[in-house]
Ligand binder design. Structure first.
Ligand SMILES: Cc1cc2nc3c(=O)[nH]c(=O)nc-3n(C[C@H](O)[C@H](O)[C@H](O)COP(=O)(O)OP(=O)(O)OC[C@H]3O[C@@H](n4cnc5c(N)ncnc54)[C@H](O)[C@@H]3O)c2cc1C
Length: 231
């Protein structure tokens, strides 16, 4: 920020930078977004990969797209339409085999069985576990981080709620959350030869898919200080 008017500079025009800038603009600021590429969008950018074929060039799903953000920014009016595909993705192997990942865990397990019976048997359990863990973590996406040095009553209540939700998890899920979260390792459900990297939506198979980086853009717009009136 510079000067008393507080000009806000957002470095990077990925979707988080753009959402943050949009909220800042709604709050009356005049953010300046600096993007080093010739297009904005970051990993969510739409590019023409072959003549006439425009696709999201990196991210393949909309992830935990918060309905509140879409509503606040009136994205439907700007043409946003979310489509869900089933199968959600297809993992290709160099040997010519492929596994489709469906919304239905049992259907996916049947695909995985062609690679590993063991993985197939454990896949539905993995999906169930991730769902329960994600439900505990989901509120974090829209909460302001607590003030670590001097937490307010609201901060403590929020942490208490989180702790309570954590305690209600089955013991096995609680253990997995603590293990998968910090170390970012691939859930140990899969044999080395199976398409586990693709199952987590990442190119090298590191980290469970439920974890997402937190970002400023997920703060409710009401928490952004209003810009001072212009004189
Ligand atoms: C291989 C892969 C697949 C993924 N698939 C998915 C998916 O399917 N669904 C999903 O929800 N998430 C997916 N993710 C995660 C998702 O891409 C990130 O969470 C998301 O891109 C973060 O958005 P962002 O705006 O913070 O950063 P980015 O999208 O990384 O955008 C950062 C922007 O900043 C610009 N920039 C960087 N440095 C500078 C600088 N110094 N000056 C100016 N500009 C700069 C970059 O050019 C870029 O445009 C995937 C990630 C990877 C790596």
């Amino acid at each position: 920020m510079t000067g008393s008017a507080g000009r806000v500079v957002v470095v990077g025009g990925g979707h988080n930078g753009l959402v943050a800038a949009a909220y800042l603009a709604k709050a009356g600021h005049k953010p300046l977004v600096l993007e080093r590429r010739e297009v904005v969008g970051g990993a969510a950018v739409t590019e023409e990969i072959a003549p006439g074929f425009r696709v999201s060039a990196l991210a393949h799903t909309a992830g935990p797209f918060l309905p509140g953000v879409a509503k606040d920014l009136d994205l439907a009016r700007h043409g946003l339409e979310l489509l869900s595909a089933d199968p959600r993705l297809v993992a290709l192997s160099p040997d010519g085999r492929a596994a489709a990942f469906h919304t239905d865990a049992q259907k996916t397990a049947a695909e995985l069985a062609r690679f590993s019976e063991k993985d197939a048997a454990r896949y539905p359990e993995l999906v169930g576990s991730l769902g329960r863990i994600a439900a505990v973590l989901a509120p974090l996406l829209t909460s302001t981080p607590p003030a670590v040095d001097s937490p307010s009553l609201g901060d403590l209540l929020g942490l208490g709620k989180l702790g309570n939700a954590f305690r209600k998890l089955p013991k096995r899920d609680a253990h997995r959350l603590l293990r998968w979260g910090p170390i970012g390792s691939t859930p140990r459900c899969c044999a080395p030869s199976s398409p586990r990297a693709e199952s987590s939506g990442r190119s090298r198979g590191r980290g469970p898919p439920a974890r997402r980086p937190r970002s400023f853009s997920r703060r409710p717009a009401s928490r952004i200080p209003r810009a001072p009136p212009r004189t």
